[in-house]
Write a protein that binds this ligand. Structure first.
Ligand code: CA
Length: 226
């Protein structure tokens, strides 16, 4: 399946809600493919979808089952479940089958659009490890390896480092880091970014006062140098 981050597949059998979702997505600049059943969703899936927005209870099946099947086939497209069920077992099942987020009806359209935007901006997760000069990072285990020393990173330190590593050599603005790494549901200040960079330097840099990997770009933010 090719990916096009601007296309969202809306699988929802309530026609009014499906229409409203598609309208809102289009207003946000995305392309929306509409499916009212599992069969229609399957038919639409070949069409370069960047995000799956799935209802759970459908006339010919179940959104959880469909995602479970897609994941088993190797589909990595991020998925958000949209459902009237709010009890914990279903929520956990949503994540267990490979869902990235879960929104309970009734929901705020603005909040849903923010979540969709955050997931699409994040893009497909690709880089699991990175090997630099004198160190290796495992972004799935949040660990930094320097020689035979293993240093634990916090989740945010790991994600911040990953974001900068994926843009090595580019200056990245503090606000971009806040939006992309901290995300839509946290509201820290840009000082938070500085604190995390300082902590990362202490863990990563041979001489944290004279960093060679995590550089300050005055008036902008930071950049990672290999
Ligand atoms: Ca339904």
């Amino acid at each position: 399946m090719s990916t096009n981050v601007h296309t969202v597949l809306v699988l929802e059998d309530e026609a009014d809600l499906r229409f409203l979702l598609a309208q809102n997505l289009k207003q946000q600049g995305y392309r929306a493919l509409e499916a009212g059943s599992v069969a229609e969703a399957r038919a639409a899936l070949g069409d370069g979808v960047g995000l799956l927005l799935f209802d759970v209870m459908l006339p010919d099946g179940d959104g959880f089952e469909l995602l479970r099947e897609l994941r088993a086939q190797g589909c990595l497209t991020p998925a958000v479940f949209l459902t009237a069920k709010s009890d914990e077992p279903d929520r956990l099942l949503g994540f267990a089958v490979g869902g990235d987020d879960y929104v309970t009806k009734p929901f705020s359209m603005a909040e849903l659009m923010a979540r969709v935007g955050a997931i699409l901006r994040r893009g497909p997760l690709v880089q699991e490890t990175y090997r630099g000069k004198g160190f290796r990072v495992d972004f799935t285990r949040y660990t930094l390896h320097k020689g035979d020393q293993e240093v634990a990173l916090t989740y945010l330190e790991s994600e911040l480092l990953r974001y900068l590593v994926e843009r090595a050599g580019q200056a990245v603005d503090r606000l971009e880091l806040l939006n992309q790494v901290w995300g839509y549901d946290r509201y820290p200040t840009t000082r938070t970014v500085d604190t995390h960079v300082l902590n990362l330097r202490r863990k990563l840099e041979p001489d944290p006062k004279h960093p060679t990997h995590l550089l300050t770009v005055h008036g902008v933010g930071y950049k990672f140098v290999e």
